[in-house]
Ligand binder design. Sequence first.
Ligand code: FAD
Ligand code: NAP
Length: 539
Amino acid sequence: MQLMLYVLDLHLWRGFENICCLETLLGKQTRSKVALSNVPLKPGRSLMDWIRLTKSGKDLTGLKGRLIEVTEDELSKHNKKEDCWICIRGFVYNVTPYMEYHPGGEDELMKAAGTDGTDLFDQVHRWVNYESMLKECLVGRMAVKPIAAPKVLAEISSTVSEDKKQLNGVLPEKKVLASSSKDLSPSYDWFQTDSLIKIVIYTKQKDMNAELVIVDCQDKQLRGEIIMDDHSYLVEVDLDHAVSEDVAVNIAEKVGKVEIILNKKDNIHWKMLGQPREGHNTFIKRTDRGLFFRKCKLVSKTEVTHDTKLFCLMLPKGTHLCVPTGQHVYLKQIIAGTEVVKPYTPVLPFLPLDFQEPPRHDSVHMYLMIKIYSHGLFTQALDYLQIGDYISVSNPEGNFKKSQVQTSEDLLLLAGGTGFTPMVKLLNFALTEVSCLRTVKLIFFNKTEDDILWRSQLEQLALKDERFEVQFILSQPSKDWVGKQGKISSCLLSEFVKRSRRDSKVLICICGPAPFTEQGVQYLKDLGYSQEEIHAFTA
Ligand code: FAD
Ligand code: NAP
């Protein structure tokens, strides 16, 4: 299993540590609670301090490095703060030494004390870094229970609960569709000429498009993933022979046929496509699929404001990846010997002003607008990257659907600071491709004038397109600021968030620091907007 440190940044602990925490793993209800409960950490209890402690050689499990098999009975005995074990995905951790480093507080961790926290963890975010974060706290694995008297297959699957499967196994089994639904599941075939290998995936789904196809071909390894709603189909093989770096992807959108075309390095006849890898030919829930990273080269880094930069990354030649509007990727870096993963939302290189034609897709570069925090663990490391350095970038994630915009007449975007990033592609998509939209309004909250991202581009856009309006609101303006000032509030929102007609269909998207987003959603609801009319960008 990949060791990974995911630092889920909810910006909840302003003035406190803002670091990865198990409570963000332990259930949605837990997360919203944490978002509102600022638990100050004692000095010397930052993520960096925790990493240092884990590298100190101190025995954090009390088992002197021994790994043991843990029974359910044994696990349940370790349910106190001073002796707290938690099981995640079949692995048991002694989290007592971590308690003081946990930004959500001890009580949140204690909710899973002596039990299996896997389900709660999965509900919030499956990429959170418990394996890396807690690797020195690993007590061992759950003991596999002896198998009882044999049962017929149907009986087994209906009687063994999900909980038990997770407790005894490392991972819930990846589910390939049952044979009855096999006809609906995708399939693949492959063909060759003297110079080419063509892998054809029959998705059996209409409206296939480039954003739903992610291909990586490097070092004789081919990985082709097709996203189909909340499922993913994967072709994953160690190729039989070498191919050149460049890969072509053709999509027959209407019939849902995807072709991956590889160029043979040598003109020899292949007897087979290659050796299947673990996930090959599986059609499973996206949430059960491991996050895949590829190394991208930093090709430029330009200043956007005094603390925010636009990073341009180049995807490898063998990668086909287009991040859908409203989705984010994860970046991964090794910091102090630990893998750290954080989410970022790709933007465009600039705001196109000419909306006559949809922008031509650049499948080679990915642009990220990133604020560098003076004490930020990840962004400081990012800022150290030199042109030509590599950084790992994941597949996209996120639950925003373009169709939400396609049926709207008024689009209102509420952004706080870098919460502007998902609005960039959204704005472009809305003004370019959604003909039913009458008004598009961005209400952009920042501390000071200097913090406003792409201000002049936004102002130019507002001049150019009469459907678009931008309103800047500053929370800490200088005395020269003549514009609007204040923080997100019911009063401010009632002034700026309005339907263009009494019954017009509206979509309000909101993104910013977690408390900003949470409060904003509440104010919008108080103003009478329904859940369906609001989309909040979160992790
Ligand atoms: P952290 O180390 O987490 O610190 C964050 C803040 O806390 C900083 O102000 C830091 O100075 C302060 N801090 C840290 N330690 C202390 C301490 N001991 N005492 C007081 N203050 C402290 N960000 C972008 O810039 N662009 C994006 O496109 C983007 N997209 C995102 C998409 C999603 C879905 C999410 C959830 C977040 C996104 N973020 C984005 C935020 C990003 O993931 C990181 O959280 C952000 O870059 C900060 O990371 P960091 O490790 O540098 O900062
Ligand atoms: P910032 O500069 O600190 O703040 C931007 C604006 O939001 C300021 O006006 C600020 O006012 C206000 N604000 C901050 N905290 C607030 C709070 N608790 N309640 C009400 N208003 C608040 O913002 P930033 O540093 O750029 O941070 C952007 C945030 O967006 C990060 O937390 C990042 O994780 C998040 N983000 C999320 C996504 C996503 O898809 N989920 C994408 C990109 C960014 P004051 O501070 O003056 O009160």
